[in-house]
Structure formats: C-alpha cells, structure tokens
Design a binder for this molecule. Structure first.
Ligand SMILES: [Fe+2]
Ligand SMILES: [Fe+2]
Length: 471
C-alpha cells in the first residue's frame, strides 16, 4: 500500500472501539495524544514511544468481547454501562458505585426483577468484574498480536485495568509490576473522559485524588506539570484530530502499511466486530468469503476482489454502536430499536471514510443494507446508485445472515436460503449476483457448513423480505 502508514489505518479504526465503549468517536485518539505527551515528559525512549503509540490507540481492542457477558450480568444496555464505568470510582464501595448500579442494572425491568438483579450484581461484584476484565484484556492482547504488534503492546493492553495500589484487575499487579504502557493508558483514559465531561480542572483534580491508588504518582505529576505549562490539552478538540494523531507516531519508527499487514488489521477488526455477540460469530468473515466468491464467478479483477474482501470484513464495523440488548433480543425489534439498528451502516461509513485510500471501500461497505428499489438503509439509495461491488456485498450479507444461526431461529439450509433470497430478486437484491452466489455455493456445497438441524422450518416471520430480517 503505497504511502499509507499503519497508523493511518489503526487510528481511524480506533473510532469503532470508542463506539463499543460508549465513548464519542475520537476518545482513543485523544488518549493517544495525551499519552504521547506524558511519555515525552517522562523521557521514554523512541522505541518505547513507538510501541506506546499503538497500545494507546487500540487499548480497547478487547472491548467487544465482554459486551455480551456484561449485557447478561446487568440485563440492560451494556454500552451505557461501559460509558459510565469510566467515570465511576469502583474501588470505593459507596455512594458512587451504588448509584452506578442503580442506574444501569436491569433498567426497564419490573421492580421485583430489578431488585433481584441488583442484589445479584452486588453479591458477585468482584468475581464479575474480574471475569469481565479478564475476557477483555485477553482478547485485546490477542487482537493486538493479530494486527502484528509485539509483546510490549499486547502486555500494555492486557494490564490496562491494573491499578497502582494492587486493587485492579485481572492479576492485582502493584506499582512497577504493571507495564508502563498500561499505567499511562489508564491515566490518560481517565484524563480524557473527565476533561470531556467536566473540564480540564476536574480531570486534573480526579487524577490527583487517585494518585497512589489508581495511578503512579510520578505520571500524575508529569501530567500536572504539562497542564501547568499549557502543553497537555492543546489540540484535543481540534477537527483535525486524526491528522494530528497520525503525526505523533515517532518519525523514525513509522510503520509502512504493506498489503499483508492491511489484511491482518482488517481481519483483526472483523474479529472485534464479530466478538460483540455470540450470534454474529464469524459473520464478517462469512460475508467477505461469500462476496469474493461472487466476485470471482463474475470474473472481477484482483484489485476489486481485494476491495470486496476488505469491505466484507469491515462492513458491520458500525454495529459496534448497537447495544447487545438489541443484537441478542430473541423477539421482534420495536420501532426505536430498529432506528438504532438502521444507523449502523452510517457508522461504518463514518469510520471507514476516515482511512486514507478507503473512499470507495467505505461507500461499498456502507451500502450493504441498501436495496435496488430504494427501500434499504441508511441512505435509501436506488439501483442506479449502487455499483456492482455494493450489490455483491448486499447479497453476501443477507446470505451469511440467513445461513448462520440467529437469536430468533436456527441456521437455515442452503436451498431454503437461496429460495428465500430469490423472492427478493431482482427488485431488492441483484439477480445476477444472486445467481453467481448460487453457482458458487452449489459448486462447493460439500465445503459449506450448514447446521446439523437442517430441518429448520421457515417460521412465519421469515416470509417477510429477507433484507429486512438481517442486520
Ligand atoms: Fe452484516
Ligand atoms: Fe449490517
């Protein structure tokens, strides 16, 4: 990939991680900006700063993997719960943590159910926190390695939730036992959240209050000293945030983005997306594979196939914005929930368009729920506005969604899937792309994994347009 750097791809995609954490897009980029300033202030070496840069950007890479578990623990919107936990001092059982629990546990449930859920959360608080952090940090570290980063970056992500006095998770590391990258990331994530929600003075006050408990006192002093000299907050709210962050990667250590590295990073982010719900396991990969297979049958060139594969891997990146209360709802979605679902391709577009060179890819990825008759979402585009790669991706998306198990039904056999999809062609789905898919799938039938329970019966809901059942 000529002239594109790893930092340009990773920093832009970090916006997706922010969505899962309930943070506004740009949170990780701002944490990176703050952290690199603290790193320079304490005299970290060039080598260390080069690694720290990526640890800060992808500190939340494991965030989607505990979303489902958290949703089942709190029985409510886990994205809201994740957002507010960053401003709650969990280490002190008292008003703050009780208020947090009351605001997030089983909200919307009947009173008795709610009291029972609150009691359960209170009783299991330590085990649950440890389990949630462990899932998140293990997955985060593994995703960092999958992206091609070394041990220091992976370790930095793994220990993000450790605290200076040993009361963090998952290993209760203490002081210098905690990797320096993690110490800086925790400090700067707290600074960023409080700065944004309550202003610079409150952010500094909070880190000073928690110095020696959560944070290493020397790092707190470094941040305070930078702030005193007006060097800490500068440019944090700039509309050119990403461009500034790209420039923060130490010049001598800038990583060029090879084709293979780009594929690794796209695969890793697909894993982040699919980890959000057990029902979307391998969906992004499945869509990418189906899209490439259709493209090959249609005789597309290698460059187009590469674009299709990457668009397939990243098409649902905006789904990280959808709470698991919706993704895992076994019943029909109500109007408000549908409105949230319908925003996810918009977020995919918002994130992907920020990557240099991803102009076309972002359009294709964001069009995966559009229909040729203009009744799709999020832009209600019509046939003439949808190019071949977009049509292919729409077909591949519906195919994988139907061929996989979903919360509201079992996996469907291939014949049933194709029969259902044909009812949506040519008015909604492109007929040529669909027949190319059928040809490919029939050719490689033995390879296709369809559930053992192939007796899956078409439930009445599935006679509705397939394109309205898959998200
Ligand atoms: Fe999808
Ligand atoms: Fe989607």
């Amino acid at each position: 990939m000529e002239n594109i750097r790893v930092s340009e791809l990773v920093a832009a995609l970090s916006y997706a991680l922010d969505l899962t954490e309930g943070q506004p897009m740009g949170h990780s980029a701002r944490v990176c900006m703050l952290g690199m300033r603290v790193a320079a202030e304490i005299g970290m070496t060039l080598e260390e700063r080069a690694g720290l840069y990526y640890a800060l950007l992808i500190k939340d890479a494991g965030c989607s993997s505990n979303a489902s578990r958290l949703f089942h623990i709190v029985a409510a919107d886990e994205i809201r719960a994740k957002r507010d936990v960053k401003t709650t001092d969990w280490t002190r059982v008292g008003f703050e943590s009780v208020r947090y629990a009351v605001a997030h546990v089983a909200t919307g449930k009947p009173f008795v159910e709610r009291v029972a859920a609150l009691a359960r959360v209170a009783a299991n608080r330590n085990t649950d926190s440890c389990e949630l952090v462990k899932i998140r940090c293990e997955r985060g570290a593994s995703i960092a390695r999958r992206m091609g980063f070394g041990k220091a970056v992976a370790d930095g992500i793994y220990s993000l939730d450790e605290q200076w006095n040993g009361s963090g998770y998952p290993d209760h590391l203490r002081g210098g036992e905690i990797p320096l990258f993690s110490r800086i990331a925790l400090l700067c994530q707290t600074l960023e959240v409080f700065w944004r929600e309550h202003g610079a003075d409150r952010a500094l006050e909070v880190i000073e209050l928690r110095a020696g408990r959560w944070f290493e006192p020397e790092l707190v002093r470094a941040a305070a000293s930078l702030a005193e000299r007006d060097l800490l907050w500068e440019g944090l709210d700039s509309p050119k945030l990403l461009e500034s962050v790209w420039e923060l990667e130490p010049e001598e250590k800038r990583l060029p983005l090879t084709r293979a590295r780009m594929d690794d990073i796209c695969l890793a982010f697909a894993e982040v997306v699919d980890a959000k719900s057990p029902f979307t396991y391998r969906h992004s990969n499945g869509v990418a594979e189906a899209a490439v297979a259709i493209g090959q049958t249609l005789g597309m060139a290698d460059d187009d196939l590469r674009l299709l594969r990457r668009a397939g891997l990243l098409h649902d990146i905006g789904k990280l914005s959808v709470p698991n209360t919706i993704l895992e709802k076994p019943a029909k979605l109500d109007a408000e929930e549908w409105a949230i679902v319908k925003r996810h391709p918009y977020y995919s577009w918002e994130i992907l368009r920020r990557v240099p060179g991803f102009g076309k890819l972002s359009e294709v990825a964001a069009s995966h729920h559009e229909r040729l008759d203009g009744k799709g979402y999020f832009r209600s585009l019509e046939g003439a506005q949808l190019d071949v790669p977009s049509r292919i991706l729409a077909v591949a998306d519906v195919f994988d969604a139907l061929a996989a198990k979903r919360p509201y039904r079992d996996a469907l056999p291939l014949d049933t899937v194709l029969e259902m999809m044909r009812k949506d062609a040519p008015h909604a789905l492109d007929a040529e792309c669909l027949e190319a898919l059928a040809t490919t799938m029939n050719r490689s039938l033995g390879h296709l994994s369809v559930s053992a329970g192939e007796s899956a019966v078409l439930e009445s809901g599935l006679t509705v347009s397939t394109t309205q059942k898959c998200f």
